[in-house]
Design a protein around this ligand. Structure first.
Ligand SMILES: Nc1ncnc2c1ncn2[C@@H]1O[C@H](COP(=O)(O)OP(=O)(O)O)[C@@H](O)[C@H]1O
Ligand SMILES: [Mg+2]
Length: 320
């Protein structure tokens, strides 16, 4: 099947101010990302905290405006639309907050939180809205009695289900799931992941699955994008990337994943220290300051993402 989402050289930046409120620079949180998501797929997005995962998800969903580049969703360039024009198109593209509990109004009963998006986005009658609320509530595995409860009266796992149900109300085709299992007990995580897969089948969804948990991403996604300081450094079929990562950063990330029994996959490329300051990125390859293979060329020349023999894309001068 074809592409549902195409990002081309996407940039999102935040102003940096000094103590006197003067803008002194820009933080380039998303710094030239191009990628394609195939309809029906799950694309995993991984990378250390601060590498721009949330910003890319929110930019796609229209919560942040891109500074440059294009976002094509279902064949339409949505990056240049005004917020009002964009709303109609973006109904199909929903962002699920990292903490859905926080995105629910604490003073509203669950039923109202769920039917509100229908009142805004659709012309459904009251009866039809109620029917849709019940259908989606059942699909996310919550009893009808929950409709009259407040967010604080339900558990974290249930809040996540409500957050998801709220998004599903408007029948999206692409859902950005941002760290959807963080903060959940391992046993609840497994159930929620199963639910994501069931809902994808049932509602024909495509996911952008953002997580710093590599094991979860491996389980869930067909393809994976590895980000470092606002750029995609490796992109490819998940299994291939996990078995034979090409970029030194991906190798380091994977080396840091604990495996069953407490052994590590490899100790060759353990990552040290923190990523550099995103406001003052190193010249050339941003990873070079932590890379064992770095040479003079890496400081002089920024490596472009290029397709290697095995079909994986990597942004490293030396990847092959
Ligand atoms: N609203 C904002 N204003 C200023 N800087 C931001 C904002 N949101 C994120 N950032 C910065 O952008 C970078 C990317 O952040 P984020 O997308 O949240 O990363 P991730 O989700 O991968 O942890 C970080 O350096 C972060 O501090
Ligand atoms: Mg984040």
């Amino acid at each position: 099947m074809g592409a549902i989402l195409e990002l081309h050289d996407l940039h999102t930046r935040f102003p940096i101010y000094n103590a006197w409120g003067r803008r002194t620079g820009w933080l380039r949180a998303v710094d030239g990302v191009s990628l394609t998501v195939t309809r029906g797929d799950v694309l995993g997005v991984v990378g250390e905290s601060g590498c721009g995962k949330t910003t890319i998800g929110k930019t796609i969903a229209g919560i942040h405006a891109p500074a440059a580049g294009s976002i094509r969703f279902e064949g339409h360039d949505i990056s240049t639309l005004s917020p009002r024009q964009g709303r109609a198109f973006r109904k199909g593209l929903q962002y699920c907050y990292q903490d859905p509990g926080a995105s629910l109004d604490p003073h509203w009963r669950i039923g109202r939180s769920l039917s509100e998006p229908l009142a805004i986005h659709t012309g459904l009658s009251r009866t039809d809205r109620h029917a849709r609320v019940r259908e989606v509530l059942a699909a996310v595995g919550l009893p009808e009695g929950h409709l009259t409860l407040y967010p604080h009266e339900i558990s974290g796992g249930q809040q996540r289900r409500v957050g998801l149900a709220r998004i599903l109300m408007v029948q999206p085709s692409l859902v950005v799931l941002d760290e959807p299992t963080s903060g959940l007990d391992v046993s609840v995580q497994a159930i929620v992941l199963r639910l994501f897969l069931d809902l994808r089948e049932r509602f024909g969804l495509t996911y952008l699955f953002i997580s710093h948990d590599l094991a979860v991403v491996r389980l869930m996604s067909q393809r994976i994008a590895v980000m470092y300081l606002g750029r995609v450094v490796e992109l490819g079929v998940t299994e291939q990337v996990f078995v034979a990562p090409r970029h030194p950063y991906t190798r380091s990330l994977l080396a840091a994943v604990p495996v069953v029994g407490g052994r590590r996959v490899s100790t060759d490329f353990a990552l040290e220290g923190e990523p550099p300051d995103p406001v003052n990125k190193p010249t050339g390859c941003a990873f070079r300051t932590r890379c064992e293979r770095a040479e003079a060329r890496c400081a002089a020349e920024e490596p472009a993402l290029r397709t290697l023999a095995n079909g994986i894309q990597a942004a490293c001068h030396f990847a092959e």
